[in-house]
Write a protein that binds this ligand. Sequence first.
Ligand SMILES: Cc1cc2nc3c(=O)[nH]c(=O)nc-3n(C[C@H](O)[C@H](O)[C@H](O)COP(=O)(O)OP(=O)(O)OC[C@H]3O[C@@H](n4cnc5c(N)ncnc54)[C@H](O)[C@@H]3O)c2cc1C
Length: 373
Amino acid sequence: MENFDYLIVGSGLFGSTFAHLAANQGKKCLVIDKRPHLGGNVYCENIEGINVHKYGAHIFHTNNKEVWDFVNSIVEFNRYTNSPVANYKGKLYNLPFNMNTFHQMWDVKTPEDAKAKIEEQKAEAVAALNGNEPQNLEEQALTLVGKDIFYTLIKEYTEKQWGRKCTDLPAFIIKRLPLRFVFDNNYFNDRYQGIPIGGYNKLIDGLLDGLECKTDVDFFKSEFRDWRKYADKLVYTGAIDEFFDFRFGKLDWRTVSFKTRIENTPNYQGNAVVNYTSLDEPYTRVIEHKHFEMFGQDVYDCPKTVVSEEYSTEYKPGMEPYYPVNDDRNNLLSEKYRELAFKESDVIFGGRLAEYKYYDMAPIIEHVLNMNI
Ligand SMILES: Cc1cc2nc3c(=O)[nH]c(=O)nc-3n(C[C@H](O)[C@H](O)[C@H](O)COP(=O)(O)OP(=O)(O)OC[C@H]3O[C@@H](n4cnc5c(N)ncnc54)[C@H](O)[C@@H]3O)c2cc1C
């Protein structure tokens, strides 16, 4: 086998973007991934002509023009705008909390009336504390938005997400709850957002175009463990604790599981994202994937639809690690692994697993664009 400049472990957005930029500088790269496909968590599976976000709904959004221009130079992005809807016991509310939500909740029609209602309920919550600081998430949220928004749109949803009562969760989890006094259902404040036209696989295919890639290859169980035989440098985007044989112990993760099914109707819920904010349903969200990429008549020209229920799930070994747990134990442990990583001068640790850090997609790309490759 020829000698590579970089062996890149992991073909997610970090690994693929790195490989693309390195190859553009004339560097020889080999990309390996233990999954049977490339793309990491942005990979989509095509079912009934619909791109299904297999590892959770992914919406690209950024304020950074350089990042936006870069991804659009690989594949053009569509005009998808995330505007989720909340369903509480059968009644629908727009998100994020804005004038549409307040109108649906109280029939108010002006920002002044909405503000007055919220201020009245916040004052009630503050009075109930009798001069004490909020002791838990429930008390904190009540002082920030008042009882109606809290009990309808926050309380039970948060309890499903965390698997614990809001009164048992610490107050610091919620520092602020943004309220918009305009009729604007656009979830993100960023200037740019969208989904690659043709799906995320097009983005990954474009980034890795012409590069040597191998799937179904686990770094630790393959010849590449002895990577110095094959490459001058290693780019590692797998889990940092695994790289060091879990020397100090295993890092914890939170995860999400999905139940995906085909519905025999062209339009099941009329929106890509519907949050279920009551404990009546065990799932937190239902995603209807076609709405990320099909608009207008296209929705009806595709006769079926694919929906995924999302469940907040306790992580166990063997499950997909999704979100790092930022408690004291895991912060300390990840710091110890980072110190080891720092000493590996020929290894670049990058991405959400190797840095044990939650990243949105755009910051991952921004990070790689700013690296000295
Ligand atoms: C449920 C969920 C929803 C999200 N939604 C959004 C969103 O709406 N918008 C947004 O901007 N971001 C979103 N994100 C974040 C986004 O997924 C990440 O920013 C992105 O995936 C990070 O890319 P990465 O390359 O670091 O990791 P990954 O995509 O996880 O890639 C790592 C790759 O390394 C491979 N690998 C690991 N170990 C080995 C090994 N031993 N050998 C070989 N290969 C290995 C894995 O198989 C994987 O393919 C979401 C994340 C989650 C979990």
